[in-house]
Design a protein around this ligand. Structure first.
Ligand SMILES: Nc1ncnc2c1ncn2[C@@H]1O[C@H](COP(=O)(O)OP(=O)(O)O)[C@@H](O)[C@H]1O
Ligand SMILES: [Mg+2]
Length: 451
């Protein structure tokens, strides 16, 4: 069995005596020391420390918290999962709390008691490992049968399984779901998982093109068929021959074209506009819409016969608000890939930002999520906050506390949430952090309706 590598520790303190003392005390860690913010950031990039001991009073401002706080922000922006323990002097307690609210894992008041500090550091390193492991497991679990589709929600996993199952048989698939839920992504997935994957994949958005243009886009036209038809042009039906055709926003297809589409689906042939020759077309049809087609059929806005033709099998994508666990997972993974693609520095999401993501109702679904994360990644100057996402910070309770009882309750809820987060959901650890027994914790969890 290979030996686990030593956990890595970075000590940032301008006092070289403390540097020496801690290097000695933590000789079973891969320990690096440095004395200012710039060196700290370089060390964080290079050594990726699991735990950072950070003195708040750093030069050029050794008596104030300014440099230390700035260092904290930069370290967390660079390595959101580093556990930073802030070291403070006697009079800096207020800053220590501020540091924790900025994302520091904990604080420790000097003078240093080596035994005590060792316990704190080793627990921090342990919790970080746990968090990493669970993230890796989550990322693993988040992968689905459909390329690029990220999800841990059981309902969405079922959708992914359906897509995989429907990929090969040549059945017309209708994908429904609100805007931004991933209809195009799933249509892509159907093609990528099918036997037709090496052939064309052609998509057309029926809502984006005016009626007369839409017809020529779909059917193509012969030279001279109408003014402006300078040369013979192949339409989407022909382009998709042998492959897959996505009719996106099919609910917006005008009635005249619905009749023409139905004929194509029945005959498997088309005629270009202005042409007389019948051309065989063989494509696999995928249709998508955010409209309720059955309702449109009732009101006569959509042909019933066409509806049955295009929906031999149906896939319904649940909106993002019905799967809050996905919102967080997709946000985190999108943040990593998008910042890397753009060459932006890596930033993390603060705990409040994660809460805000869980609580928001996401009317624009995953597209809205991506837009908010993009804007936040550009504007954040540390770990991303709820404000950077332009989301309200969720309140632990409705409105201001009206009574002592209410105040106590809301304080308890937020303390429990915080401890759960720190303990990564581990109940024993949470109980220990809160200083209550496990049964008491269970009682509180059920009383407050926490998980
Ligand atoms: N489960 C998911 N995992 C990863 N990305 C997703 C997921 N769902 C949607 N997206 C992304 O969100 C954006 C909007 O999805 P899209 O398929 O265009 O939605 P729709 O066609 O339903 O409006 C796309 O960039 C898509 O890749
Ligand atoms: Mg779409």
């Amino acid at each position: 069995m290979s030996k686990q590598p030593d956990p890595s520790l970075l000590v940032v303190d301008d006092d070289t005596g403390i540097q020496r003392q801690l290097r000695w005390a933590f000789d079973d860690y891969a320990t690096t020391t440095c004395g200012d913010r710039e060196a700290a950031l370089a060390a964080v990039r290079k050594a990726e420390p699991a735990v950072v001991l950070l003195d708040l009073g750093l030069p050029p401002d050794p008596d104030g918290p300014g440099e230390g706080m700035a260092a904290l922000r930069e370290i967390l922006a660079e390595r959101p999962d580093a556990r930073v323990i802030v070291l403070t002097g006697q009079k800096e307690r207020a800053y220590a709390l501020k540091a924790v609210s900025l994302g520091a894992y904990d604080f420790y008041q000097k003078p240093v008691d080596i035994d005590e500090l060792r316990v704190i550091v080793s627990r921090a390193a342990y919790l970080r490992d746990l968090a990493r492991e669970s993230r890796a497991q989550q990322a693993e679990a988040g992968r689905s049968a459909v390329p690029d589709l990220i999800t841990t929600s059981p309902a969405m996993q079922r959708v992914a399984d359906q897509i995989a199952r429907f990929a090969d048989p040549n059945v017309a698939v209708l994908i429904t779901g609100e805007s931004g839920t991933g209809k195009e992504l799933l249509a892509n997935g159907l093609h990528a998982l099918s036997k037709r994957r090496e052939r064309a994949y052609v998509a057309i958005n029926c809502a984006a093109i005016p009626e007369n243009l839409l017809e020529s886009e779909l059917f193509g036209y012969e030279k001279g068929a109408f003014t402006g038809a300078h040369k013979t042009t192949v339409g989407k039906f022909e382009q998709a021959h042998g492959g897959t055709l996505l009719l996106d926003e099919v609910g917006d297809l005008p009635l005249s074209l619905q009749a023409k589409l139905l004929r194509v689906l029945q005959d498997h042939t088309i005629q270009r506009i202005g042409g007389r020759k019948s051309i065989d077309v063989d494509f696999r049809l995928v249709a998508a819409t955010n409209k309720d087609l059955e309702k449109l059929v009732e009101t006569g806005a959509f042909r019933e016969d066409l509806y049955y033709r295009i929906s031999e099998v149906r896939v319904r994508i649940p909106p993002l608000r019905e799967r809050p666990e996905d919102a967080v997972l997709i946000a985190e993974s999108f943040l990593v890939t998008w910042t890397a693609e753009q060459g932006l520095r890596r930033v993390g999401l603060s705990p409040e930002a994660l809460d805000a993501i869980r609580e928001h109702t996401w009317p624009g679904n995953v597209r809205e999520l991506q837009n908010r994360v993009k804007r936040a990644a550009i504007s954040a100057d540390g770990a991303i906050t709820a404000g950077d996402l332009e989301l309200a910070e969720p309140e632990p309770s409705e409105g201001p506390a009206t009574s002592l009882r209410e105040a106590r309750r809301s304080a308890e809820v937020s303390a429990i949430r915080d401890a759960l987060r720190r303990a990564n959901g581990n109940i024993s650890e949470t109980a220990r952090l809160l200083g209550v027994s496990r049964p008491k914790l269970y009682q509180l969890l059920s009383e407050y309706g926490l998980r």
